[in-house]
Design a protein around this ligand. Structure first.
Ligand code: CA
Length: 229
């Protein structure tokens, strides 16, 4: 199998070099873009297997790149963010970034996140044997990762699909935010549980007729979330 290609968009040379070193050691092919313009030029030529994206960048900022990418591709994005920039982080997650790491971070932690995100976003072989789920207007096909609601095809990110699939495959079963993090994100310890809330809201906006009064993806007070067929 060819090495997975990772684009690292980071203007601080010392951070970019350390990240490159650790990712190469872990067996990845790494390209560095030192500013947003260079990143967009590289992405226009080829979409890599994953993007590590600093949000504070010269020329074109990270959120603009996230939006640009999401208009074109489902490529996994891991954001690098400053501790104080929570609003930016949430904006990035809402735009469809897959994960984030807060600076200063350990390069080994970043490598673990990269592996976890790649594991999650590439359909696992046993999923290929699963049959599509069909009920109350929903059709969820794990082999093609296509979702239809009342005949309309719905565009979901890899993470949104995984979450919907998990919930819908276990109707009425309650999943706590921690459990969802563990099952869908893979590394519960590292990730803020509010990430789950953000993704649930996005999922509802896409599949519920009235996202403010959801009928299928329900909040269970104090408990978590469940799928009601
Ligand atoms: Ca920066």
């Amino acid at each position: 199998m060819n090495a997975r290609r990772i684009l690292v968009v980071e203007d601080e040379a010392s951070i970019a070099e350390v990240v490159q070193l650790y990712l190469r050691r872990a067996g990845f092919q790494v390209q560095i873009a030192p500013d947003g313009r260079t990143a967009l030029d590289a992405l226009a030529v080829q979409i890599p297997d994953l993007v590590v994206l600093d949000l504070m960048l010269p020329e074109v900022d990270g959120l603009t790149i996230t939006r640009w990418l999401r208009d074109r591709s489902d490529v996994p994005i891991i954001m690098l963010t400053a501790r104080r920039s929570e609003a930016e982080r949430i904006a990035g997650l809402e735009m469809g970034a897959d994960d984030y790491v807060v600076k200063p971070f350990s390069p080994q932690e970043l490598v673990s996140r990269v592996r976890a995100v790649l594991r999650r976003t590439h359909a696992s072989p046993d999923l290929l044997d699963e049959q599509p789920l069909e009920y109350s207007g929903f059709r969820i096909d794990p082999r093609t990762r296509l979702v239809e609601v009342n005949g309309d095809e719905i565009e979901l990110t890899a993470r949104e699909f995984d979450m919907l699939w998990l919930l819908a495959r276990h109707p009425r079963q309650v999943f706590s935010r921690d459990r969802l993090l563990e099952r869908v994100w893979g590394l519960a310890d590292y990730i803020d549980p509010s990430t789950v809330t953000v993704h649930i809201h996005r999922l509802r906006a896409k599949v519920e007729a009235d996202p403010a009064n959801p009928r299928h993806i329900l909040t269970v007070w104090g408990g978590g979330y469940k799928f009601e067929p």
